[in-house]
Design a protein. Sequence first.
Length: 304
Amino acid sequence: MHLHVDEEITFRRLEILLVFMETGNLARAAEKLETSAVSVHRALHALESGLRCTLFRHEGRNLHPTDAAQALAEVARDVLRTMSEGIRSTREVAGYSADRIRIGSLYSLTSRTVPRLIMGLKLRMPDLHTELVLGSNADLLQKLRDGAIDAALMAVPEGTSDVESEPLFEDDIQFAAPTGSPYSAQQEINLGACASERFVSLSEGFVTYSGFVESFRVAGFTPNVVMKTGDIFSLMNLVSGGVGYTLLPGRVRGVLPHNVQLIPLQPKYLMRQTIALNFLRTRERDPNLLTLLTLCRTSKAELS
């Protein structure tokens, strides 16, 4: 079916109609729209011409809306709302997002990396609204692919040709123990000698959990994991409370509980994480992401 809308009926004129209906006065509508009362009057008259029906009754210099104007205003609200959402969705599909950016992050990056990036982004783009979404590497990768976030601060995912990664820094996982434990005085930890100890760990999907598993694979035994948790701060508290030992990335050193220390592992057990800004290749032209990418490249020394 061929749909035709008269060229006199435009989005701008529908917007003017709605503002006039809200204010009830040509002068107030013009002030709100930052135009002249004459321009508002002309726009309303053009809508009448395009619709070929009367929308307003003239009483002296005043215009009073008819039932037809009320009906058009109701439709105009829906049309403008739908078109606004359509423009936003279209820009997102094309790789552009104008007024907000949704950044995913690992919990362990919220003490230093995330605040510095967000503050830097605010200085460059003050009107940009930033949303923060926390999760594991696996969670964030899925959200990235689903379009639920625009970028993810996490370890570089393996085997992901659809993801572009900008490395920020490298981080080694270390042995975490309460101060005063039998390991406190050691310069390096021989993980192979810890088979009788109790351990706590993150849940599957976290990059630190992957390093945890791989380190113990090298050590030649399956650790006795007495508890798992879904965030790294709870994990540190479990170590602090003496529930068990664990392996943690060095970046959390500044936020450790006062009675928890990190001790390097012997080189053969060492696992290294590359933390990066990650986003879909299809979004590489997004102006917001380009700004974030530039910020990451110029601020690497401050983010680790």
